[in-house]
Design a protein around this ligand. Structure first.
Ligand code: MG
Length: 412
């Protein structure tokens, strides 16, 4: 903080690297017609949700403001501040060129992975909100139109007694009956009491038996009323993951998520090909390039990108398109505020292979208060028809829940 990035890295300086700015590409404002709009500023405000949500706002000389959100991640606001000089004066409708421009300009910060991609994602979502408002179209329309009017939401469930099969089953019952979801997810990397060494990734037989008892209790409890996925958070060896997936085959789980670590796609494929239990992964891989081998090698049954982390709405749609060539569904990982959740739903409306979008904040009473419109109703998101993302931030609610020391961005 306190660094003048514009001075440190002058956006008008001569670069020898590939430059995709409007000036270099000869994309002139005069040729814009109705596109005659320029970005004037970008601001962020971080909200203290159950994750630190980085809300992004892009301002224009037309007085139209776009709102987006980056996946939580330390450093995203600083990186967005660092990118702002590369966006000033640009036309916000050139979404693909601008995201690629940022990726090129931020190469020194490691722009093909990690929090730099997350920061670009937040800007990209705000560009879609902005473009939709300028063109008077809902964001899904910018991505080719609709396959569905509403997108299914799955509820990530927690209980304080996460290792107790009965407590998990009771929570599943509550979420289905009281909250109205027909799709759930539970953590399965919970301690069984039988572990001897959790570092070696090996599952002993009583550990597998304990996991099976959770899956059996939850799937028995909800029966045909809900689909249930289970998440392992990259915990196990390939061999243990295969044994676990095999043991779960009689329970017809929706999917088993991240049973092995995210780096080695050969192991991922081995596990996936060994079982009829559907295997999902992808939330810890960046950009379409990072997801490519998971899809091409059919190393997963279901691809699970996190939209405001993987590169944004168009990047997620491109990943979905690639997955669709392998007849592979997309389950969007999501731990965001209503802003990026709705943005994920717009993507889900526009791609054929959308399975569901995650909701990870049911324990947070004020999640829905951050925007003026209702978002999730009875376990589904009805896609807004208003321009852009179709949600309006409640700035009082944002101010009430800002991370300490944050400043509220300008209204317009
Ligand atoms: Mg997960």
């Amino acid at each position: 903080m306190g660094v003048d990035y514009a001075e440190l890295h002058d956006p008008n300086a001569e670069y020898t690297m590939r430059d995709l700015s409007a000036e270099t590409m000869n994309v002139t404002r005069e040729r814009g017609g109705g596109r005659d709009v320029e970005i004037t500023d970008v601001q962020t405000t971080m909200v203290d949700g159950n994750f630190p949500w980085t809300l992004v706002r892009i301002y224009t000389d037309a007085g139209i403001v776009g709102t987006g959100e980056a996946y939580w991640g330390a450093g995203a606001p600083e990186l967005i501040e660092r990118m702002t000089p590369f966006l000033r004066g640009e036309n916000p409708l050139d979404v693909d060129r601008l995201t690629e421009h940022l990726t090129q300009k931020m190469s020194g910060e490691g722009s093909i992975g990690g929090v730099t991609v997350t920061a670009v994602s937040g800007i990209e979502v705000a560009l879609h909100d902005l473009a939709g408002k300028i063109l008077d179209l809902p964001a899904y329309q910018l991505m080719g139109g609709k396959y569905r009017d509403e997108v299914r939401v799955y509820c990530d469930c927690h209980t304080e007694e996460e290792a107790d099969p009965i407590a998990c089953a009771e929570e599943a019952e509550r979420v289905v009956e009281e909250l109205g979801y027909d799709a759930l997810k539970f953590d399965l990397d919970v301690p069984s009491g039988h572990e001897k060494d959790r570092a070696n990734r090996h599952l002993r037989e009583p550990e597998i038996d304990h996991k099976v008892s959770i899956v059996e209790a939850v799937t028995d409890a909800v029966g045909s009323r809900a689909d249930v996925a289970f998440d392992c958070h990259w915990s196990f060896s390939g061999g243990s993951a295969k044994r676990l997936a095999k043991a779960l085959e009689p329970y017809d789980v929706w999917w088993l998520e991240d049973p092995v670590p995210p780096e080695n796609h050969d192991v991922q494929r081995e596990v996936t090909q060994s079982t009829t239990t559907p295997i999902a992964a992808g939330e810890n891989v960046y950009r379409k390039h990072g997801q490519r081998r998971l899809i091409e090698n059919q190393a997963v049954d279901i691809i699970a990108p996190d939209m405001p982390k993987v590169g944004g709405m168009r990047e997620t749609a491109k990943i979905a398109d690639k997955a669709d060539m392998y007849y592979m569904p997309v389950a969007m990982h999501n731990v965001s505020s209503p802003v990026a959740t709705v943005a994920s739903a717009h993507v889900g409306a526009a791609i054929p292979n959308a399975l569901a979008v995650e909701y990870h904040s049911y324990e947070l009473g004020w999640w829905a208060d951050l925007v003026e419109e209702p978002v999730i109703r009875d376990g589904y998101i009805e896609i807004p028809e208003e321009p852009g993302l179709g949600v309006t931030l409640d700035l009082d609610a944002v101010a009430a829940h800002m991370v300490e020391g944050e400043e509220l961005f300008d209204e317009e």
